[in-house]
Write a protein that binds this ligand. Structure first.
Ligand code: PRX
Length: 676
């Protein structure tokens, strides 16, 4: 039994800070005794002065065909090339290299949502066989080669990482679209990436319902074709145990069941392609300030080195651990910390098909108990939901977590404490990891074997990540003063994205222009990275993230661009203008409220509100559904015609709207308030 951790005293400096800081929680001695990283000198070794050379230590966790010539090429700053000249393959590092010692170990536990279905335990040997066979199919049947792009629109399944690993074995760039997104969203990503092959699955379970997923592929291909992108082949995996495909309509000559075609490739082996370290590994689309999602391009060697090291030192993954990250592989968390990081370390990674509370609030803890999960990784939105529906459930199950993670949005200290005391049973170390799709891996977090936890606070910059808080003029906001500012990273690191696919200008404009010291400079010191988050740094260097400063809404940890949502509403014929604002929500953190005004000649009706909701679901997916659609007589606007979203947000959240006298139409505010 591990001893109960004692809370340390709150320091004088902290009491003085505006923060009313929560207590520190040190990790247990038992945790520290087994932790992968307990050497505090890592922070010195990864000091700002030692960037970029310090990252060699991370790259050395991987197997290279050829070592790099140059650790960081800045000649095209701020588009960097890490480990230039090196040759590597991600599939080899996540699969082949484990065969010698871990051949019979489980690589993936796939847990179907229905409890009456059996769990699929895929060993490293089997993973190797299946990745090879599928790679052979992709190469021969689809004619794919290094540098091609392939869009994946797959639900949580063992076949999803198998597909990713088969593609990167060939050097093909994968772009996985979150399974819950609509066919239309998938189409936009097919077109942007220029994918000629789409890989999907027939069906999957969610909330106890069998969802037809292939139908979205048909919509996606139709829409992509309209936009001028030819999709030559659609590969359809059959969901685990394959009994649903009989009813799946297939287009002859275009759609193929993988399970049928694969028979020809049984027993085939494909040598991993020796890829340049800087070759793109995958694209991950995310929301930004414009309507068009951007394809964050992640490189092979740098990304893999960074996620492997952070999985080892922050997630504390050892090969004997059973690790469960509840995120979806369709998001960056799933790529980095379900697939690439854990598999590079020969861990057993759990993939769960369904929702955390199906069929009841004990499901998560049963899975943990039955599979022997000892590292658990989830998001505040799930923690809040599980706390609400089953606060006493964890105590009924016999699992033993040594480590837990929270990611994706700020966590309230009282929710953190439930996670710590009830889910972690006071024994597990918690890391609150702050990062982004763009950053590939963690930016701020405690190293759990070294630093104490602080509820509600992500922690200091990771080794080699040097955060700085800047005000609007670019001056540093000193730590410990309780002042918020724009959190930036002063230096490049191997996990960061290389560019936005096909849009270097947008990459530079959005992330670097604001605080760039010299646009012609090739020196990374002149190019601080703007994260788009507001944050406060305390005396101890711990960072507390306050939220986004740009037009992005973070619903249940999923990023949605306000422009994307508004563009979806504008698809409805009757709508003239649309404005989206975030509203606080007990479980999801925030939800979108959609304000729309109508074109002349139309009357407000429930019908129109329903059409708007439907458009949000069709264009983006169910996560985009608005809490409420407000059909307003007009939008509150400045004299220059800009919609004042701040005022709408205040109305939605029931807070003070402030001064409205500078508006062109202050009377509209009163009219909207009456609708609340
Ligand atoms: O606002 C921050 C919030 O999520 C944004 C990144 O979202 P996304 O690219 O979808 O990546 C999610 C997985 C990392 C950030 O800009 N965010 C992420 N993690 C945290 C967070 N906010 C507070 N605390 C966190 N731990």
């Amino acid at each position: 039994m591990a001893e109960k951790p004692e809370m340390t005293e709150v320091s004088e400096a902290q009491i003085a800070s505006h923060w009313k800081e929560e207590d520190y929680y040190p990790p247990t001695l038992k945790f520290v005794a087994q932790a992968n990283m307990t050497d505090e000198t890592i922070y010195d070794r990864f000091s700002l002065e030692n960037v970029p050379d310090c990252f060699k230590e991370y790259a050395d966790l991987l197997d290279w065909y050829k070592y790099w010539d140059e650790i960081l090429d800045t000649s095209d700053a701020p588009c960097y090339k890490w480990f230039k000249g090196g040759l590597i393959n991600a599939s080899y590092n996540c699969v082949d290299r484990h065969l010698a010692k871990n051949r019979n170990k489980t690589a993936i536990h796939f847990v179907p949502e229905l409890e009456e279905e059996r769990v699929d335990h895929v060993t490293y040997q089997e993973l190797w066989v299946r990745v090879n066979e599928f790679a052979a199919l992709l190469q021969d049947f689809c004619g794919l080669k290094a540098g091609d792009r392939v869009t994946l629109h797959m639900p949580m399944s063992a076949e999803l990482p198998i597909t990713m690993l088969a593609l990167c074995r060939l050097g093909v760039i994968h772009s996985q679209v979150f399974g819950g997104f609509s066919g239309k969203s998938c189409a936009d990503r097919i077109v942007d990436s220029g994918s000629e092959v789409l890989i999907t699955m027939d069906a999957y379970y969610r909330g106890g319902k069998l969802l037809d997923h292939k139908i979205k592929a048909d919509e996606a291909v139709e829409e992509a074709t309209k936009q001028g992108q030819k999709v030559k082949k659609v590969l359809v995996w059959q969901r685990y145990n394959g009994k649903y495909s009989a009813e799946t309509p297939m287009v002859e000559g275009r759609d193929f069941f993988v399970n049928d075609v694969l028979k020809k490739y049984y027993g085939k082996r494909v040598e991993p392609v020796k890829m340049p370290a800087e070759a793109p590994l995958f694209l991950m689309y995310t929301s930004g300030t414009t309507g068009k999602p951007k394809g964050c391009q992640h490189g092979t060697g740098g990304y893999l080195a960074y996620v492997t090291a952070t999985s080892k030192y922050v997630q504390d993954i050892h090969p004997e651990d059973v690790y469960w990250c509840m995120a979806d592989i369709g998001w960056i968390t799933g790529h980095s910390y379900i697939v690439y990081g854990p598999l590079a370390l020969a861990a057993s990674t759990v993939i769960y098909e369904g929702i955390p509370n199906y069929p009841d609030a004990g499901r998560c803890w049963r899975i943990a108990q039955d599979l022997g999960v000892n590292i658990f990784h989830t998001a505040p939105t799930a923690i809040r939901a599980l706390r609400k529906i089953g606060p006493d459930e964890p105590a009924k199950y016999n699992y033993d977590f040594k480590h837990m993670t929270t990611v994706g949005e700020p966590i309230e200290p009282e929710v953190w404490k439930w996670y710590y005391h009830v889910v972690g049973k006071g024994k597990a170390a918690i890391v609150d990891t702050w990062w982004q799709t763009e950053t590939g891996g963690f930016l701020c977090s405690t190293l759990p074997g070294i630093k104490a936890m602080k509820p509600g606070s992500a922690g200091p910059g990771m080794p080699g990540i040097h955060p700085i808080i800047l005000d609007d003029e670019g001056k540093e906001v000193p730590s410990g003063e309780g002042k918020a500012g724009n959190i930036c990273i002063q230096n490049p690191w191997p996990g960061m994205f290389q560019t936005i696919w096909g849009d270097r200008d947008r990459f530079v404009r959005q992330y670097f222009e604001r605080y760039c010291k010299n646009p012609n400079s090739k020196d990374w010191r002149d190019w601080p990275y703007l994260t788009g988050d507001a944050a406060i740094m305390a005396d101890d260097g711990y960072v507390r993230i306050l939220g986004r400063i740009d037009d992005v809404i973070n619903v249940s940890g999923h990023r949605l661009g306000t422009k994307e949502l508004e563009s979806a509403a504008l698809v409805v014929e009757e709508i003239a203008e649309a404005a989206v604002v975030p509203v606080k929500h007990e479980i999801k953190g925030v939800e979108p409220d959609m304000y729309v005004s109508l074109k002349p000649g139309y009357e407000a009706s429930d019908e129109i509100a329903k059409k708007v909701q439907k458009a949000l679901i069709n264009e983006i997916g169910p996560i985009a559904k608005a809490r409420k659609v407000w059909i307003v007589p007009d939008m509150p606007k400045t004299r220059s015609g800009k919609i004042m979203r701040r005022i709408l947000a205040a109305i939605s959240n029931g807070t003070d709207v402030g001064d409205t006298m500078t508006l062109a139409n202050p009377e509209v505010v009163e009219a909207i308030k009456k609708m609340a």
